[in-house]
Structures are given as C-alpha cells and as structure tokens.
Design a protein. Structure first.
Length: 407
C-alpha cells in the first residue's frame, strides 16, 4: 500500500504526457532551440566582419568594450546582443530611471525582472537574455495551447513555425521586452476563453507595465464580456467583471504619476515626442512618407536600411490581408484587438514621418500568425514562407549586429 502514492503520481504523469500541454511544451522547446541556435550561428559574423560602430555614451561604450574583451563566450554570445533598446533596459535595471530620465518611455516590469535575476547572474546582459529566453519559451507554450484551444493542434504547430520564422523574431531572443509581452497577451486571451475575468485584468495590468500598448488588452476583455452578456443577459455579471478593464490603465497611470511627481520628469508620452522624436499619426501618413523615403526623398538623417523600410510597408499590409481573411474564423474580441493594435503600430512615426519599429511590433499580435497558419496551409506556401523568412531574418540580424536601426 505504501507504493500507491507513487503509482498514482506515475499514472498522472502518464496522463500528462498525452495531454496538449506536454505537446505544447515539446514544440515550444523545439521552436525556441531552433531560433536560439540559428541566431547564435548568424552572429558568428562578428568573427569575420566585426561591428565598427560604438555607442556615443561613455558608460555604454565601456560596457560593450568590456563584454567584447571579457572572454570568448562573452564576445561571441553576449556582446552582439548589446544593442539599441537593450542598452536602455539595462541602464534602468542597473541604475534606475534617475540615471537618465529619457528612459521613462520604457515601463519598469522588464527591468525589474532583470534586476531580480541579476542577483544570481552577472552581468546584467546575461540576466536580460535569460529573462527574455525563459519568457519566450512560456510564450510559445501559451501560443500553442491557445491556438489548439480555439482551432486545432495542427494549426498550433504551424503557428509556432510562422512565428519563429518571421523576419524580426530574433527580438524574442534579445534582451528586449517582446517575449514578456507575448506571454501576457496570450495569457489574457486564454483567461478570456476560460472566463477568468479577474485574472485577465491582472495580467493586462502586467502587460501595461511592460509596454504601454498593454492598455489595449482591455479591448478583448470588454468585447468578450459584452458577447457573454448577449448570451445570458446577466447585467450584474457584466458590471462586476467589467472592473477587470480598469486594471491596465490604472497600473500604467500609477507608473506615469511616479514619473511625473516622483522623478519630476516629463510624462512618458511627452518624452517620446520631445526627446525620441516619435509620435502617432493617421496610418497612411507613415506609409506615404516611408514610400517617399524608399525613393530617396528624405532629407533627414536616417539609420534604417532600405530593406527595413520596404518590410515596414509590405508586412503590415500583408497582416491586414490575413486579418481580413480570418475575420470569421477567430473570436471577435481577438479580431478587434488585432486591428486596434495594428493601427497603433502603423500610426507610430519618427522625425522623418516614416514608420518606426513597425515589423517588430507585429510580433506580439498573435492572431496574425494564427491566421498565417490557417491561410498559408499548403506545404509549398509554408516552405516559401520559411525560406524567405529565414533569409530576411539572417540579413536583419547582421544589420542589427552592425548597429543599423532595424526595429
């Protein structure tokens, strides 16, 4: 009789191995390892054509030089990722917002996680990469479970394929907040499906403390609640659970108040405009000026390669086609959320009035990749996507390593 608990545990483990969660974990790990190994191999370009550009800020430049000279492992597998936004995330984690108030455009959750992991692993870049990679695995796992839940597992497998082969997917591996935001987005969708409204609100708050766009997650929560009300006509249920839509704006509002009154810095959105020279406009403005930039009509300094400008036009338009094609095949809450996010993505422009970081922001609009898996379901279409995606991702990783502004 003493062996019974062990036997019961073994039975439960055997059942778990046959569940969707075991398959989700397997394919998540497979997709992660594939992208992790691929990006590491591409970044060996540094052995043949090292980057010749160094950051202007002295502390940042010294950190990069130290990473390159510390060891072969650091030079090959850490230093190549010390680029662009990663520098600012690590500044916040290491020194706080007081170090440079212009960093307040990045909410605190990702730097806080880096700081926590940094107690165990040094330097901060290692902690940042660990956080991103761990959350990327979780994000892939949740994406598989979500897709299997609303469609089927074949589509779930292909969704992971389309996600990791997307030209900008290497940002999931980098010390950026993409992986964290992916987790929170898919988690909110799953919680909505299971009518866990309180937890959906809490997770949306965490998303808003990762990236301001997390506030938009109140849209699928509210739409799903209204759809539920249409079915059962329970007004009390609607009103009580509608409070879950308050958490995300409340969390970001608290952070903004801390920035303005605690740090005595400008509001984050004003800093984005005044210092980083980025703003939001009508969607067609970014498309128009980006097209002029491709034709060489811009007169301002521009660090983006021509390929990036072309992708900033083609991929959002392709995403619009996908969302139109699957509009009747996914929940309405997913569809509305995706369109709002997409219009925010193509509405963000820089000092040249051109689209900025557009293709990277598409990464976390999961219904787009779910739609690709549904629409591009022929093996030759998947092969074409895989080939083109890997080729483009290789080029963009090299640009990223050479300090070109990719996204």
């Amino acid at each position: 009789m003493r062996k019974l608990p062990f036997m019961f545990k073994n039975i439960r483990f055997q059942e778990w191995k046959k569940s969707v969660y075991a398959r989700a974990l397997f394919y998540a790990l497979l997709a992660f390892l594939g992208l992790r190994i691929f990006t590491s191999l591409v970044l060996l370009i540094g052995e043949f054509r090292p980057a010749t550009v160094y950051p202007a800020l002295e502390v940042t430049r010294n950190t990069l030089i130290n990473l390159e000279q510390k060891s072969s492992f650091s030079r090959l597998f850490l230093a190549p990722w010390y680029r662009w936004d990663t520098v600012h995330y690590l500044e916040i984690a290491d020194f706080g917002y007081d170090f440079d108030p212009v960093n307040t455009i990045w909410p605190p959750l990702y730097p806080v996680l880096i700081k926590i992991i940094n107690f165990l692993y040094q330097p901060s870049l290692v902690a940042g990469i660990l956080v991103s990679n761990i959350f990327f695995i979780i994000g892939l796992f949740l994406t598989y479970v979500l897709t299997a839940e609303i469609i089927d597992e074949k589509t779930a497998k292909n969704t992971l394929l389309f996600l990791v082969c997307f030209p900008m997917s290497f940002y999931f591996i980098a010390a950026y907040s993409e992986s964290l935001f992916l987790v929170f987005t898919t988690a909110v969708f799953l919680l909505i499906n299971r009518k866990k409204w309180l937890w959906a609100g809490v997770v949306s708050a965490l998303a808003s403390l990762t990236r301001v766009q997390g506030i938009i997650l109140i849209i699928p929560i509210l739409v799903a609640l209204i759809r539920q009300y249409d079915k059962d006509r329970d007004l009390k249920y609607l009103l009580v659970n509608a409070f879950s839509c308050v958490y995300a704006p409340f969390a970001y509002g608290l952070y903004s108040l801390y920035v303005f009154f605690g740090l005595r810095a400008d509001w984050p959105w004003n800093t984005l405009s005044s210092y980083w020279l980025q703003r939001f406009s009508l969607p067609w403005e970014g498309f128009y000026y980006t097209f002029l930039s491709i034709l060489g009509k811009n007169t301002h300094i521009d660090y983006s390669p021509l390929l990036v400008k072309i992708l900033n036009i083609i991929l959002p338009l392709f995403s619009m086609y996908i969302l139109i094609a699957i509009r009747k095949k996914i929940p309405l809450s997913y569809s509305i959320y995706s369109w709002v996010m997409l219009f925010l993505v193509v509405g963000k422009i820089d000092y040249n009035n051109t689209l900025v970081s557009t293709t990277r922001y598409l990464l976390t609009i999961i219904p787009i990749f779910l739609g690709m898996a549904m629409i591009l379901n022929h093996k030759y279409l998947r092969l074409a996507y895989f080939s083109i995606g890997i080729m483009l991702q290789t080029i963009l990783i090299i640009f990223f390593y050479w300090w070109f502004w990719v996204a």
